[in-house]
Design a protein around this ligand. Structure first.
Ligand code: SF4
Length: 256
């Protein structure tokens, strides 16, 4: 079994998602390579081909291009009677790196309202850019922002997510704390890199206490990962982390 293939277009699916039901994906990233500010050891797309940098010049699709592709996708789904529960920003890396991410969110709202009003708009983000006010504002317009936070310290961020140089854990936590009603998702793993130890989990819970998410989702890896020597966390340990975190934060913690 190998890592997953990258998306080769702008719209993909609808796919069956454990968390989102029937999810129509929007890939705002270039095709052909993975562009991300992170290089997570567990990434199912394999290693990051190119670190995203603020100054980088990338071949992102334009707003009109994405709009046309989504319109076609939604019209096709309607003609075929396909259910779409969520229209989800995800794809070959981190969606918020698109320089016109805010305009994309507004465009999706308009198309969704006209062509598929029962679908909700979701975002799967790694949280790397939430230090920026205009990114936070755009994320705030998404109906279900699912934001990654796997760790509770700069040291483990560097080991688990291997971010681009200059990424600051404190900036991520403060940024997330400023966006209302977010869902935080965390992937726990063990083996050569381990964020499931009692100490690591306590640090992570400390960050969550500051962020005050609306909901927390935790899971472990069930596919081949970029780095070897990574193992899944047991169901019992995930349940234990969920229970402890729910009691501490007073929010729902779901295990996927
Ligand atoms: S943030 Fe997502 S796409 Fe980027 S390296 Fe991590 S798992 Fe892969």
């Amino acid at each position: 079994m190998s890592v997953l293939s990258l998306q080769d277009g702008i719209i993909y699916g609808p796919i069956d998602s454990r968390r989102l039901g029937k999810s129509l994906g929007i890939n705002l990233l270039p095709t052909g390579y993975k562009l991300c500010p992170f290089n997570c050891v567990y990434c199912h797309y394999g290693w990051t081909d190119k670190y995203w940098r603020r100054s980088g010049k990338e071949n992102f699709p334009g707003v009109d291009e994405v709009k046309d592709a989504l319109k076609r996708g939604l019209e096709y789904a309607r003609e075929c009677g396909l259910t779409i529960d969520y229209i989800t920003f995800s794809g070959n890396g981190e969606p918020t790196t698109h320089p016109q991410f805010a305009r994309m969110v507004e465009m999706v709202w308009v198309l969704r309202n006209g062509l598929c009003p029962s679908a909700r708009i979701a975002l799967l983000s790694n949280s790397a850019l939430v230090g920026s006010g205009h990114i936070r504002e755009a994320i705030g317009r998404v109906e279900l922002p699912i934001m990654k936070l796997d760790v509770g310290s700069q040291g483990l961020l560097e080991k688990v997510n291997q971010p681009v140089r200059g990424t600051d854990f404190e900036e991520i936590v403060s940024g997330l704390a400023m966006i209302p009603n977010i869902t935080v998702q965390a992937l726990f793993l063990a083996g050569r890199v381990d964020n499931s130890t009692p100490r690591a989990v306590a640090d992570w819970q400390g960050a969550l206490e500051r962020i005050k998410p609306k909901e927390v989702q935790i899971y472990t890896t069930d596919r081949p990962t970029a780095e070897g020597g990574i193992v899944a966390v047991s169901d019992e340990r995930l349940e234990e982390i969920a229970l402890q975190t729910a009691e501490l934060l007073g929010v729902e913690v779901r295990v996927y």
